[in-house]
Design a protein around this ligand. Structure first.
Ligand code: PLP
Length: 355
């Protein structure tokens, strides 16, 4: 079967150079070579995250780091902001780990506003909050700067942020926003194969973790810190993935973060303009995601048929999430995607649908 170019919101298309980087020889994870690799990757990640705090590498997908953030940084009660499938799942993870978790819930397609967060946190009793920056099931991106300003007024609350489908496609200045844990997997806007995740962890979060019971074993931040000091990870990490990340971070920084973010904005504009001409954009106005567009299926097309035909030709988009399966479809424009690819995709869709 010929390769279908991926325009789905994860995993995203990986360039051949980065696939080749996965094939480099293995190195021992307690070796000088590994410490050198770790010592190259982590500072580059810190510049992407705009942080001077620690950055840890996790051998798992983002869901694992959801669990890590909850296990290490929630003492008792956490407020989970939910607005779609992924943010709902982080709430579920909090409860599955035995924490008291309340939902601050808005309708799918809507954004979490700073006012709502302020009101909920002002009731008191929460020692942490979870926010998904960019809700991948609905294509809504919250105004994280405004939410951050409100969370900063509640100094006892640990600020946990999922930037899985925004980081490396949208600016997330971790320290300026006072984020305690900012997590992302590399198979979205980093445009690498799935299986590795990264997170910044603030000194404040590490202090708190020391006093939290049942942090577990695999994701214990206190243990990860010890190994970070010597540029290693507690267990054998996904070495090939880290080698590919090393290569891709060089390319990301060579492109320039600002240019990378502008490219994402430009691609989003093209897809949104197309979507508004033929359909509708699902996200509330002013909160449309720069990394993916969720399109409301106002024409009642068969999303499954469209995707099957696209697949026969060369590309793959995503149907809607869960209940939105046929009611919406999603086009990702994140990672290393270029304008010619997006224009080619939209032209192919136009031809298939006779638009
Ligand atoms: C993809 C995604 C996740 C979960 O990622 P997994 O890699 O499946 O663990 C979490 N949050 C958001 C916003 C996502 O887009």
């Amino acid at each position: 079967m010929p390769h279908k170019r991926l325009f789905i919101p994860g995993p995203t298309e990986v360039r051949p150079e980065n696939l080749a980087a996965l094939g480099r020889p293995q190195i021992g994870h307690r070796s000088e070579e590994f410490r050198a690799l770790y010592g190259r990757v982590v500072p580059k990640l810190k510049s992407v995250l705009e942080t001077k705090e620690r950055v840890f590498l996790f051998t798992c997908s983002s869901s694992g780091v959801w669990e890590a953030a909850i296990r290490n940084c929630v003492r008792e009660r956490v407020l989970c902001c939910t607005q779609g499938a992924f943010s709902e799942r982080w709430l579920h993870v909090a409860r599955a780990n035995g924490k008291q978790a309340d939902a601050l819930r808005v309708d799918w397609g809507k954004a979490i506003t700073a006012e709502r967060v302020d009101r909920a946190l002002s009731q008191g009793g929460y020692d942490a909050i979870t926010v998904v920056h960019n809700e991948t099931s609905t294509g809504v991106m919250n105004h994280l700067d405004e939410i951050a300003a409100v969370v900063a007024r509640h100094p006892d609350v640990t600020f946990l942020v999922d930037a899985v489908s925004s980081l490396a496609g949208v600016r997330v200045p971790v320290d300026a926003y006072g984020i305690d844990v900012c997590l992302a997997g590399v198979q979205k806007a980093f445009a690498l194969p799935a299986g590795l995740s990264v997170a910044s962890v603030s000194a404040r979060a590490l202090d708190k973790a020391r006093g939290v019971e049942n942090r577990g074993y695999y994701f214990d931040f206190v243990e990860m810190l010890k190994y970070d000091e010597r540029k290693e990870t507690p267990a054998t990490p996904a070495i090939a993935q880290i080698q590919a990340l090393d290569a891709q971070l060089d390319d990301i920084l060579a492109e320039g973060l600002d240019r990378r973010y502008l490219r994402h904005d430009a691609l989003a504009q093209i897809v949104r303009t197309w979507a508004r001409r033929h359909f509708r954009v699902f996200a509330e106005e002013g909160y449309e995601s720069p990394t993916l567009t969720c399109v409301t299926n106002t024409r009642g097309i068969s999303v499954a048929d469209l995707n099957r035909e696209l697949g026969r030709q060369w590309a793959q988009i995503s149907n809607g999430y869960g209940d939105l399966k046929e009611k919406t479809f999603r086009i990702a424009h994140m990672g290393d995607t270029q304008e010619w690819e997006i224009r080619g995709l939209l032209a192919t869709i136009d031809r298939i649908l006779g638009l």
